[in-house]
Each structure stands twice: as structure tokens, then as C-alpha cells.
Design a protein around this ligand. Structure first.
Ligand SMILES: [Zn+2]
Length: 205
């Protein structure tokens, strides 16, 4: 459990007084189980309960966790805690099919799309990787929307100080976009290189 992250720690602190309960049997969930299923509305205490529920109801609602990495779940959790008055979506499949957009903060003015890529190989193919032009062209250039991308050459989840810094920068970018409220496409890329240094690139469309 990433107890080094303050925002998760404070979430856990407030959790114990109002724990979530298993959607099937009603048993209170430990924080660990709650957090592992943070992004899905129906949470279960065990595989058994989850399967029983699925069998009884043939429910097609999402009942399994969506995030493939701890990093993504932590980013999502962070955003929901930072922006309680906005809807924060994840794994968006209907924005630009067949592509998936990792997350979106629905502000009052415009959606801010967010992507995380923890497999950047910057030195060899910086241009190709950072290019990843398809989504940028469609969302920022053609649709004039905002996209913020966090790229990393190293695992940032296991480096709490780097991860906290990345989250701070992510929030600063989102806050600035909201505050300035300027129309037009914009792509902001935050890159963490293998020396744990941050780089920032922006493009306007
Ligand atoms: Zn249960």
C-alpha cells in the first residue's frame, strides 16, 4: 500500500468512520479492498461475492477494476480528491474510438483530457514517442481541446517524491487551464527522464 502518499493516507483516515460495504453481502470493506476497486461503483469483499452477484443478476455493470497500473489508480484517486466538484472520468472509450483516453476532468468550461505513459524510451526515440501524434492531432488540432500528458522513463510510483512532484505539476497545469479559460487546442507534455528530472513542452493549436 502506498502509504507514502499523503492524499491516500488522508483518504484512509476518513475512510474508517464510513467504510464502503460489499455490494453483495453488505460486509464493510477494508480500506485496501476499497482502494483496489476505487474506480468502480460496485465493490465486493471477495471474488466469491463478485461471482455470486454476477451470476444472480447477469448484471453488465462494471464490476472489475479498470486500471492496469497502481500509478493510474493513484493519479485518478488524486484527481477525484483534488476536484470534488468536477466529474473525473477514466478509460474513456467513446471520445475517439478505437482509441482509449486515460482520464478526463470535466470542468465547467471544457474537458481536460489526461494521459499517462510510463514506458517512455526517450533517448532512443524521443521524437517518435513524444510525437504520438494521432490523439494530439485529433483532440488538440482538429477539435481544439486540451490534453495534458505525463510521460515517464522510470517507474514513478515507487519513487514517492518524484510521483508527488508529478502530481503537483499535473494539478498546476489543470488549474492554469481552468483559470485562464482560453479557447483553442492545447497540448501540455510533462516528461520525467531517467535522472528524475522534469521537462515541460507545450503546443498550441
Ligand atoms: Zn461480500
Amino acid at each position: 500500500m502506498a502509504t507514502e502518499f499523503n492524499f491516500i493516507k488522508s483518504l484512509e483516515k476518513s475512510y474508517d468512520s464510513h467504510p464502503a460495504v460489499c455490494y453483495y453481502c453488505g460486509k464493510p470493506l477494508s480500506f485496501k479492498k476499497f482502494y483496489k476497486q476505487y474506480e468502480v461503483p460496485q465493490k465486493f469483499c471477495s471474488k466469491k461475492c463478485k461471482n455470486s452477484y454476477a451470476k444472480e443478476t447477469s448484471d453488465t455493470l462494471k464490476t472489475s477494476e479498470e486500471f492496469s497500473s497502481q500509478t493510474e489508480r493513484a493519479i485518478y484517486t488524486f484527481l477525484t480528491l483534488q476536484y470534488p466538484s468536477y466529474v473525473v472520468k477514466h478509460n474513456l472509450k467513446d471520445v475517439y474510438p478505437p482509441y482509449e483516453i486515460d482520464m478526463c476532468v470535466e470542468t465547467n468550461e471544457f474537458p481536460i483530457y489526461l494521459e499517462y505513459n510510463g514506458n517512455l524510451h526517450w533517448s532512443n526515440s524521443r521524437k517518435r514517442q513524444l510525437n504520438d501524434k494521432i490523439k494530439k492531432d485529433e483532440l488538440c488540432a482538429r477539435r481544439q481541446l486540451k490534453l495534458v500528458r505525463l510521460w515517464s522513463e522510470i517507474g514513478i510510483y515507487s519513487r514517492p517524491s518524484v510521483f508527488n512532484e508529478a502530481l503537483k505539476k499535473l494539478k498546476e497545469e489543470i488549474d492554469t487551464l481552468i483559470k485562464n479559460n482560453i479557447n483553442g487546442g492545447k497540448c501540455i507534455e510533462i516528461v520525467v527522464d531517467k535522472n528524475e528530472e522534469f521537462h515541460r513542452y507545450t503546443e498550441e493549436f
